[in-house]
Each structure stands twice: as C-alpha cells, then as structure tokens.
Ligand binder design. Sequence first.
Ligand SMILES: Nc1ncnc2c1ncn2[C@@H]1O[C@H](COP(=O)(O)OP(=O)(O)O)[C@@H](O)[C@H]1O
Ligand SMILES: [Mg+2]
Length: 304
Amino acid sequence: MRNEPFMRTYSPRQEALARAAAQRQAAAAQRPAADGASAGALAQYMVKTEPYYRPVADEVELYEAAYSVRMPIMLKGPTGCGKTRFVEYMAWRLGKPLITVACNEDMTASDLVGRFLLDASGTRWQDGPLALAARHGAICYLDEVVEARQDTTVVIHPLTDARRMLPLEKKGEVIEAHPDFQIVISYNPGYQSLMKDLKQSTKQRFGALDFNYPEHEIEAEIVAHESGVSLEVAKNLVHIGERARNLKGHGLDEGLSTRMLIYAGSLIAKGVPPLAACRVALVRPITDDPDMRDALDSAVTTYF
Ligand SMILES: Nc1ncnc2c1ncn2[C@@H]1O[C@H](COP(=O)(O)OP(=O)(O)O)[C@@H](O)[C@H]1O
Ligand SMILES: [Mg+2]
C-alpha cells in the first residue's frame, strides 16, 4: 500500500516537503560511490533471514505506509509483546538495514551521534548508531527510549521533522538524512512516570502503533511456534498468562508477557515437568509476594 499524501490537497508546507524530498532523492541518485559505500557500511545490519512474525491486526500495512512517507514511528506496548520482533520483520520485509540501540540512562547524546576517538595516527571521528543510520540509510530503532535521559532524546528532533538532518556539533558537520532513513522508537506506557516519560515535543513527532499481548488463538500459535511445544500445551500456557494478566493492578505490576510464556514452553519442550517450568519461567520472576505466588501456582495447577 503506497501512500501519496502530497497528491490530495494543496498545502504549501507539503509541497515544500515534497520538493525537498525530490531534491534529496535526486542528490542521492548522483552519489553512486557513496551509495556503494553505504551498502558496505551497513552490510552487517541487514536482516538476512525472514524473522517469524505473526501479524496481529493491520500493523504490517500501516507500517509500510508510514515507511513510504518516512514517518517516524513509535511502537507502544508492554514488555515482551512483540515490538522488537515486529521491527526486525519489517526491516527484512522492506529490505532495509536495521540499527538497534538499547537505551539506558547512562546513554549520552555522543553515544547516539558519535565522537572523536584517539588512535595512533591522531584523532578520528566515529559515527554513532544514529549518525550511521542517517548517513547511509538504515532504520534506526531506539528500544525502550524512555530509559534514556530527556536531554539525550532531544538529539533525534531535527531528524524527525521536515529538516531530516543531524547536526554533528563537535565535528562541524550536518548530515542530511539518506532517503531510506527512518527512526523507530519503542515505548512502554506502563512505565510512565513524571520522571521517566517522553517530552510532549518528542511524542508529537511520531506516529504510534499500539501493541498488546495477542488474542488467545494467535498467542498460542506464537508460543507453540517459538518454543516447540504442541498447540495444546501452548493454549494452556496462554490461559495461565491471561489469568495472571487479570491480576495486574491487584498486586502484580506487569502482566505475564508472551516472552515469558515462550520461556516456559521452551523448558517444557526440553523435558522439564510443566509445573516446575511454569514456576521457574512464569511465577518466580514476576513476584516475591507469597500470596501472589500461591495464587499463580494454583492457576498453573488448573491447567497442568
Ligand atoms: N506477533 C508475534 N509474532 C511472532 N513472535 C512474537 C510475536 N509477538 C511476540 N513474539 C515473541 O515474543 C518474544 C518477545 O517479543 P519482543 O519483540 O522481544 O518483545 P518487546 O520488544 O515488545 O519487549 C519474541 O522473541 C517472539 O518470540
Ligand atoms: Mg524489545
């Protein structure tokens, strides 16, 4: 599905955007050597084999439309529900390299943008992941972006509006983003707090796709595929997951993720008895509260 937003209504801003995009594309076409270098620089970031991804709704089509206009995208949802797998799948499907950054609070703007390194022959500039992606045309995925400090996240701003550029202040260079470049962030609304949230000015630069634990049949299919247990066992695991998710807010901070169900399934597939597998992979990790553990253990014994 291709989206042609510039064709529908006249808007000076959109026309300027379209003109700028056309100019950039023409400029890129005249840089065959650079593109050859780009392919080399990003070869290691190509997703070579098709990742298994089971679509849950129309997220694949929506993402393709967003990519076709290079809209920055935010994947929202609880941990372990398929956000990272989805972006890997989309990068493979679009045939674009994917550079993933796991964000943390010690991360600085230089970690994203790049820095001068000292070596035997003097100083040498090294692009950070964001600069590498913008220069050569990759999808840059900032995983769990709220973990980064707000003064770090603001460096993505000029890349997320019509300018599509990245100033490298220390180097005195401005990178004009490659036409293939796109930025994607993931975000867990459950972790939202005043201290750890995205600035409104950051949020409003993104289109958002909502993710959640898939509906029963689909989640069972995923758990069976990923862990190697039968569909029947996978369905039981999903039932346990759903029970636990109902306890969220009543003593549990987060529901059981699809990832945890897959862990439990993988142990079962290795021959660990289901009760022990569920204890290790599902119950013990998410709570230390004895009553809550009892409640979850009894949900496990209902199904195994
Ligand atoms: N729709 C899906 N299709 C295929 N696998 C999925 C899907 N949703 C979740 N998974 C599985 O769950 C695991 C955890 O998902 P992940 O993408 O790492 O979660 P998140 O990034 O949301 O924390 C993946 O490794 C994958 O095995
Ligand atoms: Mg993830």
